[in-house]
Design a protein around this ligand. Structure first.
Ligand SMILES: [Zn+2]
Ligand SMILES: [Zn+2]
Length: 350
């Protein structure tokens, strides 16, 4: 066991502050990573504030968009070397035996995936602690290779926001000739625009806020359309092959299903606080589908990182010191960030 510096919360009401946590010595198959950067995901805030079904165990140390360097390896580690640049995403273990694990869908492990933070380890002994810390120890099968070609601070959000949008785009085979709409321009939405455009799709940003048009253009969206204008919504009926919906505020899915072409698919990535009523007619007329998607498996996450290195795709980020994290949370909730905060973990070592 080794004591390491971390930043976390002791209760749902308390601010994040300095903590000392224990990391176990790397076992034979483990990689110890010195964390350089960690992205700030909205899930971090929901977990810290215990907003997801009262499941948070305190003290909680969030963070699942981790980029760092390998500092030690176990004697059976074969895929990584000390000094190599690596990443860790939203989960750090799974059963390895179920159909989903065997097919590379570890995120849907039928026994429950072990999340990077606030999850019981598979030996039942500890609660996982995430990337707002100086070091983490992870089984090599859940560690990813990261190219040094890209700016590492801007790579960190690829480990959650990047794979969350990449996986459905790949699963549904989005490519040149497809019309893709992206709803919501935040951490997920901005990656959906970049990745969708890079795959050749004609991308339309759908937004309620006219002031987002310039940002959408800068990210590579081909069109920008206002959803607040009913006439505009009517005009777009039957336009899109795919809609990626990243919004987690309350909204009516039926409004967007109308915008799909025949056989179109609306992919939901955001989790609104209340269930949504979908009228069956909106699916039946035009054989439309509504689907969801959760991050991506390990092999697919590696594929996404390699794809982003090849196509020079990173997240747009604002790098912060760890002591700004509580302010960063307030700004993330307001949507006041372009488009992801990333913590420079050197600020925690000071
Ligand atoms: Zn996340
Ligand atoms: Zn499994």
């Amino acid at each position: 066991m080794k004591n390491v510096k971390a930043y976390g919360a002791k209760s749902a009401e308390s601010k994040l502050d300095n903590l000392i946590i224990k990391r176990h010595e790397p076992d034979s198959g483990d990689v110890e990573i010195e964390i350089l950067y960690c992205g700030v995901c909205h899930s971090d805030i929901h977990t810290v504030r215990n907003e997801w079904g009262g499941s948070t165990v305190y003290p909680v140390v969030p963070g699942h968009e981790i980029v760092g360097k390998v500092t030690r390896i176990g004697n059976k580690v074969s895929k990584f070397k000390v000094g190599e640049t690596v990443g860790v995403g939203c989960f750090v273990d799974s059963c390895g035996n179920c159909d989903n694990c065997k097919n590379g869908y570890e995120q849907y492990c039928l026994e429950g995936v072990t999340a990077t933070y606030n999850s019981l380890t598979r030996d039942g002994k500890e609660i996982t602690k995430g990337g707002y810390s100086t070091h983490i120890v992870v089984r090599e099968d859940f560690v990813l290779h990261v190219s040094d070609k890209l700016p590492l601070h801007a790579v960190a959000p690829l480990l959650c926001a990047g794979i969350t949008t990449y996986s459905p785009l790949r699963h549904w085979g989005v490519k040149k000739g497809h019309k893709l709409a992206v709803v919501g321009l935040g951490g997920l939405g901005h990656m959906a625009v970049k990745l969708g455009a890079s795959m050749g799709a004609e991308v339309t940003m759908l937004s309620r806020s006219p002031e987002k048009q310039k940002d959408a253009d800068d990210l590579g969206a081909h069109h920008f359309e206002l959803t607040s204008n009913p006439e505009n919504m009517k005009k777009m009926a039957g336009s899109f092959d795919f809609i990626i919906d990243t919004v987690s505020a309350k909204h009516d899915y039926n409004d967007y299903l109308q915008l799909l072409k025949t056989n179109g698919v609306m992919i939901v990535l955001g989790v609104p606080p209340e269930p949504s009523n979908v009228h069956a007619f909106n699916l039946i007329f035009g054989r439309k589908s509504i689907a969801g998607s959760l991050v991506g498996g390990i092999a697919e996450t590696q594929e996404m990182l390699d794809y982003c290195a090849k196509h020079n795709i990173v997240s747009d980020v604002e790098v912060i010191d760890i002591d700004y994290i509580n302010d960063a949370y307030e700004r993330t909730i307001k949507g006041d960030v372009h488009y992801r905060f990333v913590i420079d973990m050197a600020s925690l070592k000071k």
